[in-house]
Design a protein around this ligand. Structure first.
Ligand code: C5P
Ligand code: MG
Length: 160
């Protein structure tokens, strides 16, 4: 791989149900709906993992952490992110930009805590991570609270 800098993109969706926890970037959100998944259902962290793997040409999240493997059941996704950084250790993160699509609740009050969590795990400063929150205007599966969606993009630089 000759290029020093490489971009990556990641995307994830989880189904929402009542009486489940909603975890975003390792933060438990006060919400009547939570995400159901084999892991803790942290769509943002999963999208970031795929962006990092993508930029470093290392396949995808399911390759390393298959949902069929019982050791990942209900696992804290920050732990998966921590493991991902070992896989992508030849690269340093220049920046991460992300979108979480959720109809409700409002997430802006959680932004700093989410950024702090992710910056700590990625060993970067909070200014290197930007998180955006969007609704899809009551349209589609996010609009009717059937699901949460997250998109992440990163720029990595090869450590020489
Ligand atoms: O989706 P919409 O354009 O209406 O979002 C407007 C703003 O509301 C966003 O820029 C974001 O700051 C905030 N927002 C939020 N939590 C959400 C969705 C949107 O804080 N779940
Ligand atoms: Mg996921």
């Amino acid at each position: 791989m000759n290029q020093k800098q490489r971009v990556g993109i990641g995307y994830d969706v989880h189904k929402l149900e009542k009486n489940a926890d909603l975890i975003i970037g390792g933060v438990k959100i006060k919400s009547t709906y939570g995400s159901v998944s084999h892991s803790d259902g942290d769509a943002l962290t999963h999208a970031i993992i795929d962006a990092l793997l993508g930029a470093s040409n290392k396949r995808d999240i399911g390759y390393y952490f298959p949902p069929s493997d019982l050791k990942y059941k209900n696992i804290n996704s920050l732990k998966l992110l921590e493991n991902t950084l070992k896989i992508t250790k030849d690269f340093r993160t220049i920046n991460l930009d992300c979108i979480v699509v959720l109809q409700s609740p409002k997430l802006s009050g959680y932004r700093e805590k989410i950024q702090e969590n992710l910056a700590n795990i990625c060993k970067i400063s909070q200014e290197q991570i930007n998180i955006k929150f969007k609704t899809e205007e009551f349209l589609g599966f996010t609009g009717n609270m059937q699901g949460i969606k997250a998109i992440a993009m990163c720029l990595l630089e090869k450590i020489t």
